[in-house]
Design a protein around this ligand. Structure first.
Ligand code: SAM
Length: 324
């Protein structure tokens, strides 16, 4: 079992397999970064897999592949197969913008992937275009349908932004209901890489919007999930991820690995230790020691706060690097 310095069990590894993305979402990567991590600094899937084995042997039971856009990385399905074959019963999931799913959903399913979280911030073509910096809506909706068709379990993530898509909260909820997909609303997390003109919606404002049409009852959190679940009058469930409260930090069970081998204990902070030199040499002991140190140093909680925006601290971490 992996236990961090605050006594929390860590059993969830998120792996960002690339920081590159085919979208330029305003809240994440509005412009191409000044420089990408050079390709030669990326860990190969073999090297990433060596660490995955260390993590699973230590007690990790849930793995999520993310990015950047993970579907841009070639041979991702082979990496998923490798992880899936390593141990039975792993909870193997992926987060994607959905754009490439029409081509690859079947391959992902065949590789052993169980669940997909797909980002869907708008059902209006022009607004989706405005948020993602590209005309994406039709292809993303096709991707969602394809994922459902091949039998993957799907959730939708929406980041509501004031004056941009805040009038679509009920529509996205309705879309999820029609498709039998659970929707999760994520509070915008301020970070220095996002477009600085954005204003996110607070969790309670999101709930107020939902209450304009529905009666809702609180269900609570599912285990260590950051999502607080609610149910509508007809039994439809949805989730709210509100990191500005940090009440889920006390149950945080996750660590993050970037494509170049940085092991990150908290989404908010810049601190990370690299496993790259160890996995490149096949040094399992060295990689395990880095993991132990990162667990020991894992912060108690993030520093997004409920203060007014001008008083809030802004994370310097790029979501496209950590995978969100
Ligand atoms: N490209 C994939 C996608 O679009 O889902 C995976 C990577 S993306 C960084 C993972 C998740 O992080 C997405 O659900 C996205 O909405 C979320 N995200 C990115 N930046 C965010 C921010 N500033 N605040 C809240 N959520 C954010």
């Amino acid at each position: 079992m992996l236990i961090d310095g605050h006594g929390r069990e860590v059993n969830y590894l998120r792996i960002s397999v690339t920081e590159r993305c085919n979208f330029r979402c305003q809240y994440c990567m509005p412009e191409k970064p000044f420089s990408w991590v050079p390709k030669e600094n990326l860990l190969s899937f073999e090297e990433l897999f060596l660490f995955v084995k260390v993590a699973i042997d230590g007690g990790v039971t849930k793995i999520r592949i993310t990015g950047g856009e993970p579907l841009l990385r070639e041979d991702l399905d082979k990496f998923i197969t490798q992880i899936n074959n390593y141990k039975e019963g792993l909870d193997l999931a992926l987060t994607t913008n959905g754009y490439l799913l029409p081509q690859v959903a079947q391959r992902l399913k065949d590789a052993g992937l169980k669940r997909l979280n797909i980002s869907l911030d708008s059902l209006k073509e022009d607004i989706a275009h405005k948020i993602a910096g590209k005309n994406v809506l039709k292809q993303v909706l096709k991707g969602i349908d394809k994922a459902l068709e091949v039998g993957l379990k799907v959730k939708i993530n929406m980041v509501p932004l004031k004056g941009i898509n805040d009038d679509e909260i009920l529509d996205i909820l309705e879309y999820g209901k029609q498709k039998g997909i659970k929707v999760r609303f994520i509070e915008y997390m301020e970070n220095s890489h996002a477009s600085q003109t954005l204003e996110g919606m607070h969790g309670r404002e999101i709930l107020t919007k939902v209450k304009e049409k529905h009666t809702i009852n609180a269900l609570g959190r599912e285990g260590a999930s950051p999502s607080f679940n609610y149910v509508l009058e007809d039994g439809t469930e949805f989730g709210l991820i509100d990191p500005h409260k940090h009440d889920f930090c006390e149950n945080c069970n996750r660590i993050r690995l970037t494509a170049e081998g940085n092991l990150i204990p908290c989404l908010y902070f810049d601190e990370a230790l690299s496993i790259a030199e160890f996995v490149k040499k096949g040094d399992i002991k060295g990689a395990s020691e880095v993991l132990a140190q990162v667990l020991k140093d894992k912060p108690k909680e993030n520093r997004w706060s409920e203060e007014e925006l001008e008083d809030r601290e802004i994370s310097k971490r790029a979501f496209y690097e950590t995978g969100g």
